[in-house]
Write a protein that binds this ligand. Sequence first.
Ligand code: NAD
Length: 303
Amino acid sequence: MNALAATNRNFKLASRLLGLDSKIEKSLLIPFREIKVECSIPKDDGTLATYVGFRIQHDNSRGPMKGGIRYHPEVEPDEVNALAQLMTWKTAVANLPYGGAKGGIGVDPSELSASELERLTRVFTQKIHDLIGVHTDVPAPDMGTGPQTMAWILDEYSKFHGHSPAVVTGKPIDLGGSLGRDAATGRGVLFATEALLNEYGKSVSGQRFVIQGFGNVGSWAAQLINEKGGKIVAVSDITGAIKNSNGLDIPSLLKYSKENRGIKGFHGGDSIDPKSILVEDCDVLIPAALGGVINRYFHISQI
Ligand SMILES: NC(=O)c1ccc[n+]([C@@H]2O[C@H](COP(=O)([O-])OP(=O)(O)OC[C@H]3O[C@@H](n4cnc5c(N)ncnc54)[C@H](O)[C@@H]3O)[C@@H](O)[C@H]2O)c1
């Protein structure tokens, strides 16, 4: 089952429980608008490269749409559609005056230089600037994007519409970003974990954690859990996976990962097969990379 089929199935289950009218159910399943654009840029070596960019705006009944922009080779319409829909449900459940959207470009950002990424982001913004905005749709960072990407979008958007810092969230503090935004999603992971452990009469302190993904969300979650006395026994990212049953030295790992653009080669643990990260022994497993990694088809025998 792909991401969209799974999201639609879950929504239909919730809709039946709510007794929602089938006509409303249908209108909520179909996105408000789907945007697909060609993004061609000159590479640093003078050759032309073309990528496909998406922005899917799912629903704006409750306010401007809101959602991240992902740069990843596997970005495709069904996944963006599912993530846009999930944003609508998330803002509604949290009772925020926003709707849901999601976007992305099918690209591996690690293969592009900083100036190529800037050109790509600016071209993408040129193609969608008329359809996003403070009162319409507010993009944010997601996998493969960050404050720098948001700064490029803000700058490019402002060329068409005047200085508009509120067109994106997750921008650098100096450009009007919010204090604490960088850590916010990882902190949310900590809060959710604390609430879950609380239900079992436990606290973060002394529990053993495994984290898949050591980017914005995974690294902040690791840092905050470590500060609360949690023991992080294994971590993976796209470069590799490491394990230390006594607990990884998270401040050293954060420093190493920043300097080396990944955790591969870190000496404070044993290198393990990244595919085994989801079945490493722990109390709490945190999937902080791609979605859909835990599913009914996943089985230890696949490793
Ligand atoms: N950044 C946010 O504020 C935010 C908000 C909501 C949801 N999310 C979700 O959190 C997840 C992580 O986002 P992020 O912002 O930390 O992205 P990021 O790009 O900062 O980090 C992603 C991490 O995942 C790793 N990774 C990628 N593919 C992997 C694989 N196959 N196996 C193991 N590791 C892999 C990368 O190496 C990197 O460490 C995404 O699913 C994203 O949609 C992020």
